[in-house]
Write a protein that binds this ligand. Sequence first.
Ligand code: COA
Ligand code: ZN
Length: 318
Amino acid sequence: MTNVPVDVVVSEVGPRDGLQNIKRAMPTDQKIRWVAALAEAGLREIEVGSFVSPKLLPQMADAEEVVRAASRIPGVVVLALAPNLKGAERAVAAGVDTITMPVSASREHSMANLRMTPEEAVEQVRKVRRLCDELPSKKIRLEVGISTAFGCSLQGLVSESWVMELAVLVAKAGAESVGLSDTAGYANPTQVKRMFTQLKRELGDKAGAAHFHNTYGQGLANVVAALDAGVKTFDASQGGLGGCPYAPGATGNIVTEDLVFLLESMGLRTGIDLERLLEARKIIIEALPGEQLYGHVSNTELPKGFVYASATDRSVPV
Ligand code: COA
Ligand code: ZN
């Protein structure tokens, strides 16, 4: 289904956000198998790992190998997270298409997660921009997600005007797209709509992806609110794995399978085949036996009469 035009991009972050919060490491060959199966299901953007300190996160120590393998899959944009220039250099050497950098709005989370202030994290973005600009050959895209944009489990409230100020600083430092991440899962739909609308006002075309965690079960409601505010890219994790090891209490991302179902049901084309996606889920079960996975679509059959958005016009009543 990779040639189908899409209305909304579902960006899979399971191999990064999902696996970073699990103590044991998924074996490298299984990660590669999983990424290939996700691509087979129609996912076009996959965040396959992170170039962070392997001492802090040994689960991500094989990021080079996973990126190299993922880059060989045709039609997939390979993303990897890098927190600093060193991580970005590793990502570039491995051959990523897009570098994603986290910049925390919460000072406490920023220090716990990156050992940097938000301002220092913006400086890292500036350095990585320079690195990307100086590359002789391949053009690499630089995206930033503002972590804890909707509240923080360390600091509590995070000022919305500061989030917007930070987003503007990050864009000025050279990010091509700046999204908002609900690292703790604190967001509600009213806030989501207000903040993404404001983000669009501040950044125009550089307003980026929504990244929601489902700690309080508000993830898909937040997706609908973000759609209303014009968001076109959503991060999600297969099986709902995920969470930041430095955001205590946060649980996994919104579940890719359920997100795809929601979007397709609403008449928004994702280019993703749900049956194949559910096949890919089996790889996690095999590779991480006993790991708690989440989701609703995976527990049942597709509704009688279900049709993909590409096969119907859902904007008019049947
Ligand atoms: N990849 C690999 N090694 C790295 C690295 C990277 N991206 N960045 C720094 N290092 C190494 C340095 O080379 C140095 O190694 P040495 O001790 O052998 O000389 C060591 O780590 C310390 O470097 P420093 O720059 O002082 O880093 P730090 O200890 O202040 O840690 C981060 C900063 C950003 C690297 C670390 O906090 C980190 O990896 N955080 C990410 C946590 C995470 O993954 N959170 C979830 C995703 S948002
Ligand atoms: Zn996350």
